[in-house]
Design a protein around this ligand. Structure first.
Ligand SMILES: [Zn+2]
Length: 429
């Protein structure tokens, strides 16, 4: 294997501009100022591809990583003919995350969560201990795959209702343990379990949107697109749950502006949610800097209705400094909505005109692109990047046999917290 050279970078607080070293899995400003993201500032402001590195590591110049792990795939970008022809778009570029060997896409868990997982697990100074991740599905599958293949201790907390999302092409290594909240519990109950776990010695939180490696891992989609197209696109289409991918896309755009060789525009962020669950759209349409208060029961009911379950985040990093509100305010754009029916139709069109399946969230993005063209929100000759955040899953399952993971422990929703902690600690003895 090619010798890997760790990437040089500093961390920057967006609250006060403090620059500091990434000593120990930093997730926030060392001065504990207002809620704010931190960002990686890379030593090389000119972006250079590293074709000699495998998979996602070809983008290592702008990833906060110190080592190269086995088995990564990378986003790929190609100029669309099929879908572009159908929509009359002259410069539609599709960035595809997932499984599509004929086009050089080899993400075996089928979504861009794998970019995040490889980037996070390769981050400099990763703590020794057990990393804890709570997830409703795709993120759990991606982290399980990467950690299992590279023997990184991982505790995954998932809702039992979503356990079928944990399919793999080979059994998981015992370094990965899964806990679940019982049926009827949701993502927030899974987060409750993970919060208890990180109170234990030897366990540390992955960090989600606050983890610079997570965002810059997702940002590789834009690195792929811009280096393939040769310029920064005019529009960026993606379906969002937390909106972290859109923040990452904006941050990558800002880095390309500093690079200077790929144009001087900011991509308009054309983001989409699965109706009727639209908390980010409802906030942005009013230009509210925070998510509007929501009725928990109504939110649960709306989430039950939507097919793209990964788009169901009720507490997105929207109002935090450097978060989605700041990104949209700076770059411009819109939040669009697509119903299940519109997404299903879009998914069928993608399969017919491009030749691969897309997962429900990506179908929402395709549907919103179709809508934007119809409503003339974009010009036919503009450069458009469509981020297909997951696809080829049906194809992968047809070409490979898969097995399903089972949790070590299933906790009742009213289980005693001390008992939960005792049981979790026992798993890794
Ligand atoms: Zn600060």
């Amino acid at each position: 294997m090619t010798n890997f050279i760790p990437t040089k970078y500093q961390l920057i607080s967006l609250c006060c501009g403090e620059e500091f070293a990434d000593k120990n899995w930093e997730l926030q400003c060392p001065h504990l100022h207002q809620p704010s993201l931190i960002r990686a500032g890379y030593e090389s402001t000119r972006f250079e591809l590293h074709p000699e590195y495998a998979g996602i590591y070809k983008f290592a110049a702008w990833l906060p990583v110190e080592r190269m792990l086995e088995g990564s795939g990378s986003p790929i970008t190609f100029k669309s003919e099929g879908l572009a022809g159908l929509l009359g778009l002259k410069q539609l570029y599709i960035t595809f995350n997932g499984y599509w060997p004929e086009r050089g896409a080899f993400m075996k868990s089928g979504t861009f969560k794998e970019c995040e997982a490889f980037s996070v697990c390769s981050r400099t100074n990763s703590s020794k201990g057990v990393m804890v991740v709570a997830s409703a599905g795709n993120t759990a599958r991606a982290f399980a795959r990467v950690c299992s293949q590279n023997k990184i201790p991982l505790l995954l907390s998932v809702p039992m209702d979503n356990i079928q999302a944990l399919w793999f092409d080979s059994p998981l290594d015992p370094c990965v343990k899964i806990i679940a909240c019982e049926k009827g519990g949701d993502y927030f109950d899974a987060i409750h379990l993970s919060n208890l776990a990180v109170e234990l010695d030897g366990f540390y939180p992955e960090g989600g949107a606050r983890n610079v490696a997570r965002r810059d891992g997702m940002g590789t989609t834009v690195l792929s697109a811009v280096t393939t197209i040769g310029k920064i696109p005019d529009y960026y289409f993606q379906a969002i749950g937390s909106g972290t991918g859109a923040i990452a896309a904006w941050e990558a755009n800002l880095r390309f502006l500093a690079d200077g060789r790929f144009g001087s525009n900011k991509m308009k962020l054309m983001l989409s949610q699965n109706a009727p669950f639209l908390p980010i759209k409802e906030a942005w349409d009013l230009r509210s800097p925070t998510i509007l208060p929501m009725d928990d029961d109504l939110a649960r009911k709306q989430i039950e209705e939507i097919n793209a379950k990964v788009l169901s985040n009720r507490k997105p990093p929207y109002g935090i400094k450097g978060g989605l509100f700041d990104a949209l305010s700076d770059a411009g754009g819109a939040i669009l909505a697509a119903t299940n029916k519109e997404a299903e139709k879009a998914s069928a069109l993608f399969l017919q005109h491009e030749g691969n399946d897309v997962e429900p969230a990506a179908a929402v993005a395709v549907a919103s692109l179709i809508k934007a063209v119809k409503e003339k929100l974009i010009e036919q000759d503009s450069v458009v990047m469509l981020n297909i955040t997951g696809g080829g899953i049906e194809k992968f399952k047809q070409e490979n046999s898969v097995c399903y993971a089972t949790p070590e422990k299933i906790f009742a929703l009213n289980e005693d917290p001390q008992e939960i902690k005792r049981q979790i600690a026992k798993l890794f003895r």
